[in-house]
Design a protein around this ligand. Structure first.
Ligand code: BES
Ligand code: ZN
Length: 467
């Protein structure tokens, strides 16, 4: 089911999530805080940071970029571990499309002169000779029908490149020339799978010059792109489920996730073999615990390509299945020695998409005080990981990460020697204690209903440096 469809069938009104008494944070030294610790201990005493460290060492032996053999090898290893612990396990494949360049070359010849354009990432390889037409920024509803059969000259800005291409393609354009909206660079732009026309970019000065010439009369261009296109690839989610005993089942599900893919060429020890290692360790520890709520552990693929695995997974959930999920705990970059600075809680922070607290952050903040960390965990607002699609389904979700980030983020230096066992232990204890609080049989089912969240826009192309 598409994301849009899922959203459209979400309840638009309903009870806000309510947390029952059993989950409220007990003041320190309150009579039941010993009881809470006793329950925590059933989980946290079994968590072993050496296991997590060894998992990271193994996974980070090679990059795991989505769609590569490295990813599949990692995913199969994760699956085999879940199976070893007794989980019902599935490798869920999904396709995605990626720009490929192979000695890419572009020609844009106008009046006998080659403007030496840049080949836009993912551009289709083809050649056309046609008149050019200036269509401004190609915003929806502004493109004239006369673009049909012509090469569209488009200014950068306001909307995504792929939308601009789509807006002129739908009206029959046979090629696209983007020109920059500032500076002197011509190297920008992106095309999507299925946009089967050549797309190049040129500098602002070149674009304005062409626009001037077009004011004076019609002009024909020869546009050629070679060695560029989109390739279909397969990535995987690894899903492990543990159902509660039949005669004690709340019918609810709690999810614990991380992403197993890395950036190309990066070993991704902290990003995000660290999260995967905690997912596997918690799966191991919880495998034989009494539970009345289904545990669902997922490691997502293609997070680094735009949260593709988690969106795919969320899109496969029926409305009824999504209703059963009471929370999603996402761990992404939870073990760097060099992250967190002097911040509170060793830099551990929980991010929600809307910046508001929810069931996940409430439980985890309280668990922080009761476990190895010894203090409550702060929260803030950020997307950029697999908690996003769950939030969009109206499911309480949060990302656990250390902030500020380490300097090795997304570099080949994101290696095992930068991992701190203590940070792994602290974070896994917090998630373990929180999840067990939901899943252990003596706590009541959560009163919970999904509410479609307000959209939060995050502009990846124009985000500030470091954000
Ligand atoms: N682990 C990062 C997410 C992250 C980085 C969260 C810094 C918070 C602070 C994640 O793997 C990542 O790099 N995500 C991408 C976004 C994605 C939609 C391509 C990013 O932030 O560039
Ligand atoms: Zn990550």
């Amino acid at each position: 089911m598409s994301k849009k469809k899922v959203m459209s069938i979400l309840l638009t009104a309903g009870l806000a999530l309510s947390v029952q008494g059993a989950y409220a944070q007990a003041p320190k030294n309150a009579p039941n805080s010993n009881a809470a610790s006793a329950f925590d201990n059933k989980i946290i005493k079994k968590i072993n940071a050496d296991n997590m460290y060894n998992t990271i060492a193994l996974l980070s032996e090679q990059p795991r970029a989505a769609g590569t053999d490295g990813e599949l090898k990692g995913a199969n290893y994760i699956k085999s571990q879940f199976e070893k612990y007794g989980y019902e396990t599935e490798l869920q494949p999904f396709k995605f499309y990626e720009a490929v360049r192979n000695n890419a070359s572009g020609i844009l010849e106008v009046g006998g002169q080659n403007l030496k354009p840049y080949v836009v990432s993912g551009s289709y390889s083809d050649e056309v000779t046609a008149e050019m037409i200036h269509v401004g920024k190609a915003l929806a509803g502004t493109v004239p029908n006369t673009v049909k059969g012509k090469i569209a000259l488009i200014e950068r800005g306001d909307i995504a490149f792929v939308e601009k291409i789509q807006n002129v393609l739908e009206k029959g354009a046979v090629g696209v020339i983007f020109y920059n909206n500032s500076g002197t660079s011509n190297a920008f732009g992106q095309a999507d799978y299925g946009q089967n026309i050549p797309v190049v970019s040129i500098t602002r000065a070149q674009g304005l010059e062409l626009a001037e010439q077009l004011k004076a009369g019609s002009k024909t261009a020869y546009l050629k792109v070679a060695g560029s296109g989109m390739e279909e690839k397969t990535s995987y989610n690894v899903i492990a489920k543990m159902k509660p005993h039949k005669n004690k089942d709340t019918g609810q599900v709690v999810m614990i996730g991380a992403h197993h893919d890395s950036v190309p060429g990066g070993p991704g020890a902290n990003d995000d073999a660290s999260g995967v290692s905690a997912v596997l360790e918690l799966a191991r520890v919880m495998a034989n615990m009494p539970i009345d709520t289904e545990l669902r552990f997922v490691t997502f693929g293609a997070e680094e390509k735009g949260l593709l695995g988690s969106y795919h997974y969320a899109g496969t959930l029926s409305d009824q299945e999504a209703d059963r999920i009471v929370g999603h705990f996402q761990m992404d970059m939870i073990g760097s020695k060099d992250a967190g600075g002097d911040n509170k809680a060793n830099g551990l922070i929980m991010y929600t998409i809307d910046g508001k607290k929810n069931l996940v952050t409430d439980l985890a903040s309280a668990a922080g005080s009761r476990t190895a960390l010894g203090e409550s965990v702060p929260y803030g607002q950020l997307g950029r990981s697999d908690h996003q699609p769950f939030h969009e389904l109206g499911i309480p979700a949060a990302l656990f990460i250390h902030s500020p980030l380490e300097p090795w983020y997304h570099t080949p230096a994101d290696t095992i020697d930068k991992i701190d066992k203590n940070k792994l232990q602290e974070t896994a204890e917090i998630i373990g204690a929180s999840v067990y609080q939901i899943a252990r049989p003596d706590t009541p089912a959560l009163e919970h209903s999904r509410v479609a969240p307000k959209p939060v826009d995050y502009d990846f192309e124009n985000r500030p440096p470091g954000a």
